[in-house]
Design a protein around this ligand. Structure first.
Ligand SMILES: [Zn+2]
Length: 351
């Protein structure tokens, strides 16, 4: 008897937790992980409910288990395709030339890599920072192309060129027509201010710090109902507006916002024109979190932050329709989706 597939969010959560375990290299509790994976495939489809399929995932610490099982990479690709159709996301690890990739191979997704220390890694035409332990991170923006090329140089030699597939997503597009034509645009007098503030945000997101806080397990900066999602867009009178890149969590003004992961503050601004109180927390290697519409900023530039440290209070400042936290994630200028990193909001917080 096949159980009803769990809601997308629940499935996402399982996959995300599994990813977190894989990223952290936690194979200390393989039984639990195995059970989770069995549950995951159970809710998805009987097709995958076979020892063989499960083993692919349970032991898939990038290739090791796969080779043991004698299942090749073609099989992994097949499994990945099924995962994509069942769970709406492509998450698995890839192994090639001694490189391991773990993450969400989808627009808005983040991927964490491990390679031989000393390697040079290119993602597209960007040379990425590789830690002393060989760790690196990259991500795919909202409208990222379907493929991304990775190049690995070892001892001055190109050892691998690899195209990874990036699954496209469908975003919630809202058409609103018949609005009065007098649309909201900022008065001339504030354009200069807006430009200056945009430059500050851009500069902060260019930070390429050596810290590897992006390897941490991320925690919710606060709990509350999700009222806005990544990628959604409004088309007003046929005019597409800027997509929404954040994850909105509703909460009363003054609710504490805590750091989802460690990092260093690269921007702390009390009141920006569009975003109100704005904080950027850098997690290293170009991965950053931005928190906006804050009523109160509790940190300053250069503060070193641990997970759970208070950084700000929720507000409705800037262009905002009500008190909420808008949490954005970036890999440099690529916008990532915090929901793909966090999975679902804990149920008790959703009301
Ligand atoms: Zn928002």
């Amino acid at each position: 008897m096949l159980a009803q597939p769990a809601p997308v969010e629940a499935r996402l959560g399982l996959v995300t937790r599994w990813r977190a375990a894989a990223v952290a290299g936690q194979i200390a509790n393989p039984d639990k992980r195995h059970r989770e994976l069995i549950d995951m495939v159970k809710v998805g489809s009987t097709l995958m409910y076979s020892r063989k399929w499960v083993d692919v995932f349970a032991q898939n610490d990038c290739g090791k288990g796969i080779i043991v099982n004698g299942i090749g990479r073609d099989m992994i690709k097949k499994v990945a395709a099924i995962m994509l159709s069942l769970f709406g996301m492509l998450i698995f690890c890839e192994a090639f030339a001694g490189v391991e990739l773990n993450g969400v191979f989808q627009q808005g997704g983040m991927v964490i890599g491990k390679t031989t220390p000393g390697d040079v890694v290119w993602v597209g035409d960007k040379k990425v920072r590789v830690s002393q332990e060989g760790r690196f991170v990259f991500g795919f923006g909202r409208d990222h192309a379907k493929k991304q090329t990775l190049k690995i140089e070892r001892n001055g030699q190109l050892v691998e060129t690899k195209a990874v597939e990036v699954a496209p997503r469908e975003y919630n597009i809202q058409h609103i027509d018949g609005l009065p034509s007098k649309h909201v645009s900022p008065p001339e007098s504030v354009l200069k201010r807006i430009r200056q503030e945009t430059a500050l945000v851009k500069a902060a997101r260019k930070t390429n710090d050596q810290r590897t806080d992006f390897l941490s397990t991320f925690e919710w900066p606060l709990l509350g109902p999700i009222t806005g999602v990544y990628g959604s867009q409004r088309v007003l009178n046929g005019q597409p507006k800027r997509p929404h890149y954040g994850l909105d969590i509703a909460a009363p003004v003054g609710t504490l916002v805590t750091a989802p992961a460690p990092g260093i503050i690269t921007l702390a601004h009390d009141d920006m024109y569009y975003s109100g109180g704005t904080v950027i927390l850098d997690h290293g290697h170009g991965l950053s979190s931005t928190f906006i519409h804050l009523s109160k900023v509790l940190v300053k530039d250069g503060d070193v932050i641990k997970t759970g440290d208070p950084i700000a209070e929720v507000g409705s400042k800037g262009r905002s329709t009500g008190p909420h936290l808008d949490w954005r994630m970036n890999w440099f200028n690529q916008r990532l989706d915090p929901a793909l990193i966090m999975g679902p909001m804990p149920e008790q917080a959703e009301k």
